[in-house]
Write a protein that binds this ligand. Sequence first.
Ligand SMILES: Cc1cc2nc3c(=O)[nH]c(=O)nc-3n(C[C@H](O)[C@H](O)[C@H](O)COP(=O)(O)OP(=O)(O)OC[C@H]3O[C@@H](n4cnc5c(N)ncnc54)[C@H](O)[C@@H]3O)c2cc1C
Ligand code: FES
Length: 302
Amino acid sequence: MSVILHPYDVRDELEIQKALDFNRRKQLKHVDKVHRAEITNVVELTEQEKLFHIRILDAQERERFSFLPGQFVMVELPGYGEVPISISSSSSQKGHIELCIRKAGLVTGLLHACKPKTPVGLRGPFGTHFPLGKMRGKNVLLIAGGLGLAPLRAPIYYVTENLGEFADAHIIYGAKRPKDLLFDYEYEEWRRIYGVKLDIIVEKPDEKWDGHVGLITQLLDGITFDANDTYAIVCGPPVMFKFVCNRLRDMGIPMQHMFVSLERRMHCGMGKCCRCNIGSTFTCIDGPVFDYWSVLNLKEAI
Ligand SMILES: Cc1cc2nc3c(=O)[nH]c(=O)nc-3n(C[C@H](O)[C@H](O)[C@H](O)COP(=O)(O)OP(=O)(O)OC[C@H]3O[C@@H](n4cnc5c(N)ncnc54)[C@H](O)[C@@H]3O)c2cc1C
Ligand code: FES
């Protein structure tokens, strides 16, 4: 009888091999290629964030391009520079990827001024991914604060598209103000069509807001689960994931069951330039996804 390997079985196996291979950086040579691509659509999400649909021009390269939730690409605006951005779309979707980009400085500011048909370069995908294969049959908490919903959207797609693989799925999202909430047009679909639990909280409500008010950790109060059978993916600023992960630890979830994504300034994205190091750890290839236990053992990681 032939055994069909799930993509996550293959990738998790590769992760183990990579960890054992001291010269793993050599394996990254194939991603040192800039795909010529173009912006095909721009969706204004909030005052600061836009969603960019990006398509690789060459049909074969486009077909070959694949990624796993949690990985990122380097987006180049020719003549200006490159920025690392997490892929926000579904890993099962072919044809284009979606990137949710906050206007933060030079390159992201210029990208915000770009219209469809603008040429861009794309390298990657890079980095480690959320080990969703390990989470099969378990409860999954998908927790984001602010822009953290950008990297969390790819695992949300995976979980909603494969809901039968998980015992339970619960999305928890917090933002400063209602007008900062990302992807609000998708919440109904997550709840009604996919049937996942979704709780949202804001710190500063406006007059129309009738939902939860306060900090994201408050939403954890009402949740009951078997801690040993629960995994958590937590995305957001370090101060937020520190509070959330410490709270989850107090609730009994093992720290090796919590996964976060670290951000560092990056240049090459592939372990060559030493811009993103935390000690001897390269955030671009050993991360950006780490389990919380490893993060606590990385000096000055958060
Ligand atoms: C793995 C990874 C995934 C990321 N995913 C996303 C994403 O999905 N969406 C998104 O909007 N942004 C994301 N970022 C952050 C994004 O890369 C930076 O905002 C961008 O590089 C800023 O470039 P700039 O030229 O616009 O700004 P610059 O002009 O270079 O800098 C403007 C300001 O941003 C700060 N900054 C620059 N790079 C970073 C960084 N990596 N982290 C924190 N602050 C930084 C600078 O210190 C400065 O204060 C990610 C970063 C990493 C490392
Ligand atoms: S970004 Fe160059 S080594 Fe990580």
